[in-house]
Ligand binder design. Structure first.
Ligand code: MG
Ligand code: MG
Length: 259
């Protein structure tokens, strides 16, 4: 069942989203060569709890950490551990928070130091595809319009869209209906109405789209070992258009992508 939110509920979701966004902003200051992903996880966990939130991923279906850290060929769901980030890596950090009974969800893929031109282009294209998807999240459009906008742009740039994982409704739960695929047909799927809140999250591969889950039972990786990027915002369908509830504004200038 799809659960449409009241304006008050959207304000409450905005509170959770603000904490998610500030957590990603805090983490941005620590992403550099030599930092272990488990250190980022500890920083995130402390920050979220000290601001009255609960890390939504910890314990979710048994996930053992408070953020997902997915490096290079890892697409999503990477488990923080003793891996130390290296110059030239890209690392997706995905963060979900429960705050006063409501959920927010956002992800950003950071370059670690200087990365290759191709990785930088992957980040820029994936971020841009998120913005193009958000642009479709308005009254009268359908889920398929979001999906199509992302897929059409990404494939025109020569990259590929992961099919196995999709965006989702969010609010009272971390994952609600509907599914929000990053591929699909214009005019297909659920008609978008005010009060719908969704997480839009393109997962884009530099090479082929095929993925597999590695031996830790969580980390999703590209089959061809090429890098993958992931950006995510929580978005409300408003009367006046899309309302982006999470924000990358707390991510410091040198980590921001050129757009
Ligand atoms: Mg997420
Ligand atoms: Mg999500």
């Amino acid at each position: 069942m799809i659960y449409y939110k009241t304006p008050d509920e959207i304000e409450a979701i905005r509170g959770a989203c603000l904490l998610v966004s500030r957590t990603l902003g805090m983490l941005a200051q620590h992403v550099r060569p030599g930092v272990r992903t488990e250190e980022l996880d500890r920083l995130a966990d402390d920050f979220i709890r000290s601001h009255g939130g609960r890390p939504a991923f910890r314990g979710y279906k048994g996930f053992p950490a408070s953020i997902c850290t997915s490096v290079n060929d890892a697409v999503v769901h990477g488990i923080p551990g003793n891996y130390a980030l290296q110059e030239g890596d890209i690392v997706s950090i995905d963060c979900g928070v429960e705050y006063q009974g409501f959920y927010g969800d956002s992800a950003y893929t950071f370059p670690v130091g200087t990365v290759t031109a191709e990785k930088r282009r992957l980040l820029t294209v994936t971020h841009q595809s998120l913005l193009l998807g958000i642009e479709q999240a308005r009254l009268g459009r359908r889920i398929g319009d979001i999906s199509h906008a992302i897929q059409h742009y990404v494939e025109k740039q020569g990259f590929s869209v992961v099919r196995e994982l999709v965006g989702h409704g969010i609010g009272r739960q971390l994952h609600e209906e509907p599914e929000v695929p990053n591929f699909g047909k214009r005019g297909n799927g659920l008609r978008l109405l005010p009060g719908l809140v969704i997480a839009i999250e393109p997962m884009i591969n530099a090479g082929r789209r095929e993925v597999y889950t590695d031996a830790d039972d969580w980390t999703v990786r590209t089959r061809d070992r090429q890098p993958s990027a992931h950006f995510e915002h929580t978005v409300a369908v408003g009367e006046q258009g899309p309302e982006v509830l999470t924000s990358f504004e707390f991510i410091t200038q040198d980590q921001l992508l050129p757009v």
